[in-house]
Design a protein around this ligand. Structure first.
Ligand SMILES: *[C@@H]1O[C@H](CO)[C@@H](O)[C@H](O)[C@H]1NC(C)=O
Ligand SMILES: *[C@@H]1O[C@H](CO)[C@@H](O)[C@H](O)[C@H]1NC(C)=O
Length: 421
């Protein structure tokens, strides 16, 4: 089963003459793809060899759940190695799409690495203007899976569009009949202001809806103190937490920065990622030391503390399959200001001051002036309409974002995968 080293070296040499392909699929990607091939082959063998609940399932009653391109070969191996041969007839697979931007794309002539029958190549072969003709793991997995789950209905809708499908929109459309959008849940032991372990020291406090006002005030004060910002209850404290890359829209905050620092606000940004964006965060902190903190790093503790201590959380993501930080924020009485895209659109209905509904502010294009407009409304409500603000916090904290709800929907999909044939 192991891929021969000779083959790999040989194909590496071949590829090095083809710069287009090299940029399209670098050596690191090939390493990962080889690992994923091995992983998926091993996973499909597990029921035969690993005792679960005492005995191996073998040819039994079983559903695999494959997450993203990394495991997209699993439904394919299940079919090619077993079901095509009359084995594992009661076994099913479900593909979950968390992010379509990564697909497992490789040159067609490396398809033999997968050790699949030759005619399977047709399920992988894809042409798009960016990648040219290539073998696409995700495409094959989506076709072979019995059911497909996308991590929000909004993202599913986008995946069917040319702009949102990253070349796979036609395949998503063709498989719409077996596809469903389900918003992720949050772990409400880990992300729960009542029991949050990261709020038990340094002046922070755990809090609940009942103690929201005093709890939030205390956490905000502790956060301002920890970050070395001026300790003031009346200044709106904004947060941003996220990977620093093209997806999360940190450049949009950057474009809005002159306006933001012209306001009486404080802003803390936490994240790691692209070096130029990390430098940008540090630069903002240096330039606007009285108002802005740019914390480069991955700190779970600080993420919890920002979520608890901030008044509002910015999420100007260019695309967002589901998004969790907005859910965490709402659970902590922190009001999200989001680009209405993917899961953000599904989970943050816009505030409507006339009928007192909605959970945050949204803007419909990933542009700085749109963010500024939404943030402007947010800040005005914070300052001048305290009751509306309080009601927004309360509605957010009263939502059920737990897995309880999502799990029921997943259960439906499992049942469908199992019995619809
Ligand atoms: C904070 O946590 C303690 C236990 O650590 C608990 O007894 C208390 O009720 C919590 N307070 C709030 C407001 O949830
Ligand atoms: C409030 O009004 C908005 C827009 O008019 C509407 O979309 C929303 O469903 C309403 N919400 C409630 C709770 O009535």
């Amino acid at each position: 089963m192991l891929i021969s080293m000779e083959l790999i070296l040989c194909s590496l040499t071949l590829l090095s003459s083809d710069t287009v392909r090299k940029t399209f699929m670098g050596a690191a990607d090939r390493e990962i793809m080889k690992r994923m091939i091995l992983f998926c082959k091993a996973a499909v063998e597990v029921p035969w060899h690993v005792p679960c609940g005492g005995v191996p399932y073998g040819d039994g009653n079983l559903v695999f759940i494959a997450n993203d391109w990394h495991t997209a070969l699993l439904p394919v191996y299940l079919k090619a190695y077993y079901r095509d041969h009359g084995l594992m007839q009661y076994t099913r697979s479900i593909m979950v799409i968390h992010n379509i931007a990564h697909q497992g794309r490789g040159p067609v002539d490396e398809f033999p690495f997968t050790e699949l029958p030759e005619h399977y190549l047709e399920h992988f072969r894809l042409y798009d203007p960016v990648g040219g003709e290539h073998a696409n793991y995700f495409a094959a997995g989506l076709k072979m899976a019995d059911q497909v789950v996308v991590v929000s209905p909004g993202y599913l809708w986008e995946l069917k569009t040319v702009e949102g499908g990253w070349g796979l929109h036609d395949i998503i459309r063709q498989n719409d009949w077996k596809t469903r959008g389900i918003v992720n849940g949050i772990d409400n032991m880990e992300w729960n202001p009542e029991v949050d372990a990261h709020l038990k020291s340094d002046g922070y406090t755990n809090f609940s809806l009942r103690t929201l006002d005093s709890g939030k005030r205390q956490c905000k004060e502790a956060l301002q103190r920890e970050l070395g910002l001026q300790v003031r209850a009346d200044v709106p404290l904004l947060g941003f937490i996220g990977r620093l890359d093209g997806q999360k829209g940190v450049e949009i905050i950057a474009d809005a920065m002159p306006w933001i620092v012209s306001q009486d606000v404080q802003l803390v940004m936490l994240g790691t990622g692209r070096h130029d964006l990390e430098s940008m965060l540090r630069h903002f902190e240096r330039e606007h030391h009285d108002k802005v903190r740019g914390w480069v790093g991955f700190s779970v503790r600080l993420a919890h503390r920002i979520t608890a201590g901030a008044d509002a959380l910015l999420m100007p993501s260019r695309f967002e399959p589901c998004g969790l930080n907005q859910l965490y924020a709402m659970a902590y009485g922190t009001v999200p200001v989001v680009h209405a895209v993917g899961g953000l659109r599904d989970t943050v209905p816009p505030f409507d001051p006339f009928n007192h509904s909605g959970l945050g502010w949204t803007f419909d294009r990933a542009e700085a002036h749109k963010l500024i407009e939404a943030l402007g409304h947010c800040l005005r409500t914070y300052r001048d309409f305290k009751e509306s603000w309080r009601a927004l916090q309360e509605r957010g904290m009263s939502q059920d974002f737990s897995w309880e709800h999502a799990a029921k929907l997943y259960e439906d999909v499992l049942v469908k995968a199992k019995y619809q044939w």
